[in-house]
Design a protein around this ligand. Structure first.
Ligand code: NAD
Length: 495
């Protein structure tokens, strides 16, 4: 087992001064105190990134506003689609560089960086590019009475809202950044991205590629820094919309700041404590294989991943045995090693948070598998399986966003809606069974934005995704995004 060779482009990128990408070029600003960017696989600092000050933020907003009214507005919808497709081509052409950069700062296995951060980003971009020529209003016939023989007709127009701020978490920087780029640009908006302070590298590289694709300067700007920078961007009077992906506590602050800033539109894609239920007839091997794959991928740091699993008591021992067999086979190690499936947690605060969850687990649950940090440099924690003692155990309620699945047995399927819905979150849930009648009866009773059957976590650009309850406000993908990125203008004509 050994690490892949880093590309020369990756080594060069890490040697460069890195700050913000505004109006088609790097801007270094006055704030020279760099935020260290740490490789979570060994805890070493690989580079630094400057945090924006108010001048950088104002410059970025002005540049985005100019592009919104000028260069990007002057490009036809058809051409916007062509340019997004070109960006997808460039993401693929530079895929290995992006994948290595992302793995270095996020701890994501190189396979996952190649497959999701690069591969899925290109797929999503191309899907959105196809919408470019299909974002239209409607015509209607008003019911006004005609007094002097005049007639009326009416139509609606979908107009881009303006400059959008996209705030991105650290778990899938490229892919979540691309969702925001695609939705904003295809509707005619311009975008300022604020990457996570832990994983800012790839979105800077993506902004360079956007220029190479022919997207005009200022259409996509990237401003770096911590949450303070995100907050200052939201509060800027010329921001028309905020698209935020991150945790519930930050999402609430973002929503409040957006409302306080003259009712800026906001969409929030937040956390989850996602339930999976195995009905009495479930194919245990298939269900456990699916739950291990989706529950521990990227060390569980996936918003839609299953974290709590309800199993019929008659099948519990079988399920535990299948989990243990499967968890023993996970290869743990350096995320740059192609034979490794499972690496470190993405950063020190996340490691500390999951260790805290494990402390609670030791007090309230039975640790069936794992449960400890690994004795090696970096932020490694074993894939962990817990068995809860009661439906009140905190590990069935708090989002760990880590490699922890908690099981709880049930006796009667009538208990399931209450068990699943006993959560402030409502992002995803899955049902594992071939009993179609019970599945179809359960689906309407489940309070989540997405329900999967015999699968979990898959996101597809054609299928709307988002949360209910405290998991969020708004939907991405499908045609659902159009509502959030455009204003509906009505025109009534008398003739
Ligand atoms: P986070 O909320 O800590 O940070 C997210 C982003 O918000 C970062 O860029 C951060 O710098 C910025 N930020 C922090 N404070 C801010 C403020 N006051 N104003 C504006 N911006 C601010 O989240 P995280 O730890 O980076 O990501 C993990 C969380 O994201 C988990 O809860 C996970 O479930 C959630 N998530 C949700 C989805 C989804 O689509 N629903 C996808 C991925 C991650």
């Amino acid at each position: 087992m050994s690490d892949i060779q880093l590309l020369p482009q990756v080594r060069n990128f890490l040697q460069r001064d890195l700050a913000h990408f505004i109006d088609g070029q790097y801007r270094f600003g006055t704030n020279k105190t760099g935020i260290p960017i740490v490789n979570p696989a060994d805890g070493e600092t690989i580079t630094h990134i400057a945090a924006a000050d108010m001048n950088d933020i104002s410059t970025a907003v002005e540049s985005s506003r100019n592009a919104f009214k000028g260069s990007w507005a002057n490009i036809s919808p058809y051409r916007r689609g062509v340019l997004l497709n070109r960006l997808a081509d460039l993401i693929e052409a530079n895929g290995e560089e992006l994948a290595q950069l992302e793995t270095l700062c996020s701890g994501k296995s190189i396979h996952l960086s190649r497959m999701f951060e690069v591969g899925q980003s290109a797929i999503f971009l191309r899907y959105y590019a196809g919408w470019a020529t299909k974002i239209n209003g409607e015509t209607m016939t008003p019911s006004f009475p005609s007094i002097g023989g005049e007639q009326y007709t009416a139509l609606t127009r979908r107009e881009p809202v303006g400059v959008v701020v996209g705030i991105v978490p650290w778990n899938f920087s490229v892919m979540i950044g691309v969702w925001k780029i695609a939705a904003a640009l295809v509707t005619g908006c311009t975008l300022i991205l604020k990457p996570s302070e832990f994983t800012p590298l790839t979105l800077l590289r993506l902004a360079e590629l956007a220029i190479e694709a022919g997207i005009p300067a200022g259409t996509l700007n990237v401003v770096n820094g911590t949450g303070e920078v995100g907050k200052a961007l939201i509060e800027h009077p010329h921001i028309a919309k905020v698209s935020f992906t991150g945790s519930v506590p930050t999402g609430i602050k973002v929503g409040q700041a957006a409302m306080a800033s003259d009712l800026t539109r906001v969409t929030l894609e937040l956390g989850g404590k996602n339930a999976a239920v195995l009905l009495p007839d479930a194919d245990v091997d298939a269900a456990v294989a699916g739950l291990v794959q989706t529950g521990y991928v990227h060390q569980g740091q996936v918003c839609a991943a299953p974290e709590r699993v309800y199993v019929h008591r008659d099948r519990l021992e079988e399920v535990i045995a299948a989990f243990i067999r499967s968890l023993k086979q996970i290869t743990i190690g350096s995320p740059l090693d192609e034979e490794v499936q499972y690496g470190p947690l993405a950063n020190q605060p996340q490691f500390n948070k999951v260790m805290q969850c494990l402390k609670i687990a030791q007090q309230e649950c039975q640790v069936v598998f794992g449960g400890k940090a690994l004795d090696r440099p970096g932020y490694f924690i074993e894939p962990t399986l817990l068995l809860a003692n009661s439906a009140q155990d905190r590990m069935l309620h708090e989002e760990t966003f880590g490699p922890i699945i908690t099981l709880l047995p049930y006796d009667d399927i009538d208990e399931l809606p209450n068990l699943i819905n006993d959560s402030p979150f409502g992002l995803t849930a899955s049902i594992w069974s071939n009993d179609l009648s019970t599945i179809l009866q359960l689906i309407p009773k489940i309070e989540t934005g997405t329900v999967y059957v015999n699968m979990h976590t898959y996101l597809d650009p054609a299928v709307p995704f988002g949360g209910i309850k405290s998991s969020g406000v708004g939907r991405e993908f499908g045609s659902a995004f159009i509502e959030d990125y455009t204003e509906l203008k009505s025109v009534i004509i008398r003739y």
